[in-house]
Design a protein around this ligand. Structure first.
Ligand code: FES
Length: 260
């Protein structure tokens, strides 16, 4: 199949950036989207031109490194699919495809399609951990956990931190990411010792990093390759409110917020 690519090219964070057009011939419909970009880059390299920079690592949909806005949709047209798991058969022969980086103030462009997502790392560092010693794997059922909570925690833990939720949100909110990381711990016994401190610290860091607030558009859930539900945002907001009250603070006068 033949395709035409309109690709966002930007030398570095200071560069204004612009779209450049490339024709890609002999693209197999069995190629992944990233393999197609590899082929385009091989040709650019042979021509002495700068290859298109894009993030990737596992190429199996588990690391969260890849992420391209494809025709206006983070990770492209297929639901519950990362860019690396998207195949060219999802596009018609002769398609013209527009590629952009994640667009969010908290994710500055590093180069071309690569953005700096270290703001997510700082949110995790603020509280996305437990202090309980975990030791070796314990025997099954040694620590009974309600099935519903176990399932919800596992669903939240499916978040790969790719940032598609931020890229899809009109407010560039990181509420779905932060809520998933809060929920995966707050739903389990091991996450209880830091439960209240965690939610306040992670939400405060999220706000400090410049992410927007949630206004319930739901675009984050639609773009999430792991289909993390926005119920987790409501759970995080409840925990944040309880944590604020436990601290004896008046929510209305506190410095941070958990909108939604
Ligand atoms: S490269 Fe790891 S999720 Fe796509």
């Amino acid at each position: 199949m033949k395709i035409k690519l309109n690709v966002w090219r930007q030398k570095d964070a200071a560069d204004a950036g612009s779209f450049e057009t490339y024709d890609a011939a002999d693209v197999s419909e069995d190629m992944s989207f990233l393999e197609m970009l590899d082929v385009v880059n091989e040709r650019l390299t042979l021509e002495g031109k700068e290859p298109i920079a894009f993030d990737h690592d596992c190429r199996e949909g588990i690391c969260g490194s890849c992420g391209v806005v494809i025709d206006g949709r983070p990770h492209g047209p297929k639901e519950r699919t990362t860019t690396c798991q998207l195949h060219m058969r999802s596009f018609p022969n002769g398609a013209e495809i527009t590629l952009e980086p994640w667009r969010a103030g908290a994710f500055p462009v590093v180069k071309d399609l690569v953005v700096d997502r270290s703001a997510f790392d700082r949110i995790i560092a603020a509280g996305g951990f437990i202090s309980a010693p975990t030791g070796c794997a314990v025997d099954g059922n040694a620590m009974p956990i309600e099935k519903e909570n176990a399932d919800l925690a596992m669903d939240a833990a499916a978040c790969i931190g790719c940032g598609a939720c931020v890229a899809a949100c009109p407010n560039a909110s990181a509420m779905l990411f932060t809520a998933a990381k809060v929920s995966q711990l707050s739903l389990l016994p091991q996450g209880q010792p830091e439960r209240w401190r965690r939610v306040r610290a992670m939400v405060a860091t999220m706000d400090q990093e410049g992410f927007g607030s949630c206004t319930n558009h739901g675009e984050c859930m639609a773009a999430c390759p792991k289909a993390i539900p926005i119920d987790h945002i409501a759970r995080m907001n409840r925990d944040w409110l309880k944590a604020s009250l436990r601290d004896g603070r008046r929510v209305a006068t506190s410095g941070d917020s958990a909108a939604g």
